[in-house]
Design a binder for this molecule. Structure first.
Ligand code: PLP
Length: 377
């Protein structure tokens, strides 16, 4: 029995009639890009997250670049970022000509280790970019305190963070600016690329709107240098149909996580299930990826793939070791927590349509792998 890494069937079937209904009216709209469907979806996300300003974009990678541009961050500036993330967390910094300053992650949360941030601050530091990965956030109270004391901006890479909250604030609204990704495999996925910028600051919101639309203001005049990263109305229509199911799907993901925890608990000798840190009480965690750290991760991944089980190594190469980031201060061994995670972390299938029996099959295959390994040793 095969279990794909990602699949959407039931949610797709339920949202399809709403999409078809909207599409039937589509030709009557004045525009099909960054137009009325996009405004309606921005409003829906503003309501869901509590964001004073939710600005739709083409994707989260662009959103991060736009955030840095809106803050005027560029050549000569430094941005502090964890070295363990999806590549977009650092490419946005390089893209605007600024310098990334890497910090190791904290065991358990995979988020930036806040106790290491202050030692990295220089007169050129302009911003800190925490990344909310997999299911929980960095210690945001500590991070915001550091930012305040040093006069730094905070841009949250909350691309994976929809639904996550710190105290009562939604991910992306704790710092100055934050992003959301609606890439199809994310917790709320579009039918293609789509993203969002969230902010509490009206002036930053205005700048973000201009940059994503070729620098133009509401009257069409180019006020700054921007580029084209607008959301399609088609994606907005789909996402608006999917949004009402989000919280229910998040609950479903949590139940599946519990099932995985239960099945995999007895394998503690070989693998580590996701850790819940004590500060989880101050946040709402959202299980975007079920990430284990496994002994002989690559062997396990091969074993599962051969049985039709989709898995993904998150993230196999830390950012400081990516060829484009090569530099004298980025040598292997500098960030031991991230480097260890990179060789051991494995994402298992986790999505709303996954069944309890799918989880049981995945865990059965994992148990078999280590039973055989144990028998060999
Ligand atoms: C998915 C992701 C992105 C990029 O999102 P896109 O919408 O695909 O550009 C950025 N950062 C993190 C942490 C992500 O997981």
């Amino acid at each position: 029995m095969s279990v794909p890494f990602f699949q959407i069937t039931e949610g797709f079937t339920r949202a399809l009639p709403l999409l078809e209904e909207g599409l039937a009216e589509f030709h009557r709209q004045s525009g099909w890009v960054n137009d009325q469907q996009v405004r309606a979806f921005e409003q829906a996300i503003a309501t869901y997250t509590g964001a004073p300003h939710a600005i739709a974009t083409g994707n989260a990678t662009d959103s991060l670049i736009i955030c840095l541009m809106a803050l005027g961050i560029g050549p000569g500036d430094e941005v502090i970022v964890p070295c363990y993330s999806f590549f977009a967390s650092v490419s946005c910094i390089l893209q605007v000509g600024a310098t990334p300053v890497f910090v190791d992650i904290e065991p358990g949360s995979y988020a930036i280790d806040c106790s290491l941030i202050e030692a990295c601050i220089t007169p050129r530091t302009r911003a800190i970019m925490p990344v909310h990965l997999f299911r929980q956030m960095a210690e945001m109270d500590a991070l915001m305190d550091i930012a305040r004391r040093h006069g730094l901006k905070v841009v949250e890479d909350s691309a994976e963070g929809i639904g996550m909250r710190w105290n009562d604030r939604h991910a992306g609204l704790i710092g100055d600016l934050g992003v959301l990704s609606f890439f199809p495999t994310k917790t709320l996925g579009a039918l293609g690329d789509a993203g969002m910028v969230l902010t509490r600051d009206a002036d930053l919101a205005r700048r973000v709107r201009q940059i994503l639309d070729n620098g133009r203001d509401a009257s069409g005049l180019a006020q700054c240098l921007g580029y084209n990263s607008r959301m399609d109305d088609l994606q907005a229509l789909w996402l608006r149909a999917r949004l009402p199911e989000l919280d229910q799907e998040i609950e479903r993901r949590a139940a599946l996580r519990d099932a995985y925890d239960l099945h995999l608990g007895p394998l503690g000798e070989y693998l580590q299930v996701p850790v819940t840190l004590p500060r989880a009480a101050r946040q709402r965690c959202v299980d975007y990826v079920y990430l284990i750290e496994a002994q002989n991760r690559d062997g396990l991944a091969e074993h599962l793939a051969a049985r039709g089980i989709g898995v993904e190594a998150y993230y196999p190469l830390p950012l400081h070791l990516q060829p484009v980031c090569a530099g004298p201060t980025h040598a292997e061994g500098r960030f031991p927590v991230a480097e260890r995670a990179a060789t051991r972390a494995l994402g298992l299938p986790l999505y709303a349509d996954l069944t309890a029996s799918d989880v049981a099959s995945v865990c059965q295959a994992i148990t078999e792998f280590y039973a055989a390994a144990g028998a060999q040793s």
